[in-house]
Design a protein around this ligand. Structure first.
Ligand code: ATP
Ligand code: MG
Length: 425
């Protein structure tokens, strides 16, 4: 019978890799916590309408990337392709936006039916941050400062750069769209096929076309920055001033528009040149209209999503994964002969008295030699050897595995003290 395989683009993460993931997850969670952002969790499955109404009908995600199906009641459901819309839905539904501000973060799988390749999966993972109820540019600056600190903590500061733009209000963009369409329509035949289609559906997306001829045409196009109203201009100037003051470097990219409809004013991407075409590690912006678009009161909001796969790839690519993460044990307890009960008891005693020490109890019997081989492979720095003689005499042998120090036989009552001293050294 043929074996059943995983779905393309939906990867298993094996133990050697989960160690890096846990490291990244712990680092990010603690960093967000240090800014007072609180963790929120919401479902993976939502009503399809939520994403159509927020991300926009004529975006790549909604047009061709969503996993949508009818459930047994005939309701149209969608595996979440991103977190912002779900976060807004959850906050609204639970009253979190009623007369209060929120600083939130989440982590979890997202689903998009894209062509799987390096840094692009169908089930991928995102950290997201969303802040609600803050109007001014200080919050935009804070979340950028927070991401900059994350790069610093992970050693990535030199590997990523910040691209920044303001896309103004919906009214600004409507005016700009008209000007852009007028300009491009006159030279429609020179546009790539995708851009020709977008001319009528989502003209702003033409700005980030990868096609060289289209890009050349855009060089002479009207600039979105010239269409911003005073409020958007002041907001953007305020943000730039704060970033300058905080020493955060950025490039203003007037073509940066982002692929989701709900953004306004600030948009940004942290990009790297180390991951080929999948160079955007973190992306976000302001979305002051989204809560109202989803039926709530208007609440100013800003946030970002960060791809965990791309972050992990980047750390691996640049050899920035700290050494020893995948080590599963500090201590390996070899149990030779009929000593299983004593071995289990001693290991429990170590766990109770020395929390944080990772002790692996050998299970399944076998010769002394084969057990020591396993001890070595586990990465443990100390092997404990419990044979039938030791069990009878209340002793245990302690064998350092990574130094030249001699093996010693000690009383079992001294074990925890001994381990504490050896592991500290
Ligand atoms: P891209 O331009 O690479 O398709 P996007 O604009 O669609 O990205 P967002 O929706 O802004 O991406 O998501 C934020 C981040 O999530 C991205 O910057 C990236 O790190 C990550 N991401 C998005 N789609 C995928 C995917 N299919 N596989 C892995 N990571 C992804
Ligand atoms: Mg995409």
């Amino acid at each position: 019978m043929s074996k059943i395989q995983a779905i393309r683009g939906m990867n298993d993460l094996l133990p050697e890799e989960t160690a890096v993931w846990q490291f990244v997850e712990a680092t990010v969670a603690s960093l967000f916590g240090s800014y007072g952002y609180q963790n929120i969790r919401f479902p993976i499955l939502e009503q399809t309408e939520l994403f159509k109404r927020s991300i926009g009908e004529v975006t790549d995600i909604v047009e061709k990337e969503m996993y949508t199906f009818n459930d047994r009641n005939g309701d149209s459901l969608t595996l979440r392709p991103e977190g912002t819309a779900v976060c807004v839905r959850a906050c609204e539904q639970n009253g979190l936006l009623h007369n209060q501000t929120q600083k939130l973060w989440y982590l979890g799988p997202m689903f998009r039916h894209e062509k799987p390749q390096k840094g692009r999966l169908r089930q991928f993972h995102q950290f997201g941050v969303e802040a609600f109820g803050f109007e001014g540019p200080d919050i935009d600056a804070e979340i950028l400062v927070m991401t900059a600190r994350l790069w610093q903590v992970l050693g990535l500061s030199d590997a990523v750069t910040l691209q920044l733009n303001s896309i103004g209000s919906a009214a600004d963009r409507a005016k700009y769209k008209q000007a852009l369409v007028t300009y491009l329509s006159a030279q429609q035949e020179s546009l790539d096929e995708d851009s020709q289609r977008r001319l009528h559906t989502n003209p702003l997306r033409i700005l980030d076309s990868k096609d060289a001829k289209t890009q050349a045409l855009l060089a002479g196009a009207p600039s979105l920055g010239d269409y911003l109203d005073d409020d958007s201009k002041a907001h953007f100037a305020g943000l730039c001033q704060l970033l300058d003051g905080m020493g955060i470097n950025y490039t203003i990219n007037p073509r940066l528009v982002r692929g989701l409809d709900y953004y306004n004013k600030t948009v940004f991407e942290w990009v790297t040149t180390h991951l080929g075409a999948q160079g955007t590690v973190c992306a976000g912006g302001r979305y002051d209209g989204l809560t109202a678009q989803l039926g709530g009161r208007q609440v100013p909001a800003v946030g970002f999503g960060m791809g965990v796969e791309r972050l992990v790839l980047l750390l691996q690519e640049l050899n920035l994964v700290p050494a020893g993460l995948e080590r599963s044990a500090d201590v390996y307890l070899a149990a030779v002969g009929d000593v299983q009960l004593k071995a289990l008891q001693l290991a429990e005693q170590v766990r109770a008295e020395l929390p944080g020490v990772r002790i692996v109890t050998h299970c399944g019997g076998g010769s002394f030699k084969s057990q020591l081989k396993k001890a070595d492979k586990s990465g443990a720095s100390i092997a404990l050897i419990l044979g039938e003689n030791e069990a009878l005499s209340g002793q245990i042998a302690v064998k350092p595995l990574r130094t030249d120090a001699e093996q010693e036989t000690i009383a079992q009552s001294e074990l925890c003290g001994k381990l504490a001293a050896l592991l500290k050294a």
